[in-house]
Design a protein. Structure first.
Length: 107
């Protein structure tokens, strides 16, 4: 389930980036006044802002819902797992044939 929501989240993130880049900035009309290009867009002369704004809002809401659900599922998965730090290691058993633990000093 986590992987499915993660895949949907990544697709929604890509769509959200594209939608934001398609929108006009607040200063886009000022550039057209100084000869910066035509003021017509792909969606017609003046009507892309309403449509793109609504679609971007819906996609943003879906993005936040998937973000919260991924955080919830990730927290739920981590509750059942044990920490590596909490486990204690048992010291290795030494055999009695080895003798005392004396450091070897070179001559």
């Amino acid at each position: 389930m986590f992987n499915i929501v993660l895949a949907i989240h990544l697709v929604i993130a890509f769509i959200l980036i594209v939608l934001v880049l398609l929108q006009h900035g607040k200063g886009a009309d000022a550039g057209a006044n100084f000869g910066g290009g035509s003021s017509q867009s792909v969606f017609g002369g003046g009507g892309s802002s309403g449509f793109l704004l609504k679609v971007t809002s819906v996609v943003a809401v879906v993005f936040f819902i998937t973000s919260l659900s991924l955080a919830y599922m990730g927290a739920k998965q981590s509750q059942g797992s044990d920490s590596v730090v909490d486990t204690e290691e048992t010291p290795a058993q030494t055999s009695k044939d080895e003798g005392p633990n004396v450091p070897v000093v070179p001559n």
